[in-house]
Design a protein. Structure first.
Ligand code: SF4
Length: 125
């Protein structure tokens, strides 16, 4: 018992070219989304749109982050030294900015005049 030949696989010499030409647009239409449908990687987010870190954020509280270095409780954080601020911390991304990203708080910005207990002095250039 012979199985019916699918129409796309019927390669009778008399109609192969005609069938190919007729099916070409269908193949192209089916193929285009595959070629052009590759997802593009999302552009990197604009750091200037990141929210400012709230001092009440549990992660910020855990390291004693304050937006204004004048409010550092020196009894709780005795390792704090005068002149230590986020903008001269190694984890602060753009020292020239008043608010910038900190490696410790992804997708948030911290204040240049802030400080936290994870402070690491930036090495001199
Ligand atoms: Fe500021 Fe450095 Fe603490 Fe980040 S790690 S909040 S830049 S002191």
């Amino acid at each position: 018992m012979a199985l019916p030949t699918p129409i796309l696989l019927d390669a009778t010499p008399a109609c192969t070219r005609r069938r190919f030409i007729r099916l070409l647009p269908i193949g192209a239409a089916l193929g285009l989304p595959v070629v052009h449908g590759k997802p593009k990687p999302a552009p990197p987010p604009d750091p200037s749109t990141f929210a400012q870190l709230d001092e009440r954020d549990p992660h910020a509280k855990a390291v004693g982050y304050v937006e204004d270095v004048a409010r550092v409780d020196r009894r709780v954080y005795p390792k704090f030294t005068a002149g230590s601020t986020c903008d001269n911390c190694a984890l602060y991304r753009v020292p020239a900015q008043a608010w910038s990203e900190c490696t410790l708080f992804p997708r948030k910005r911290v204040a240049a005049r802030g400080w936290c207990d994870a402070y690491v002095r930036r090495a001199a250039p």
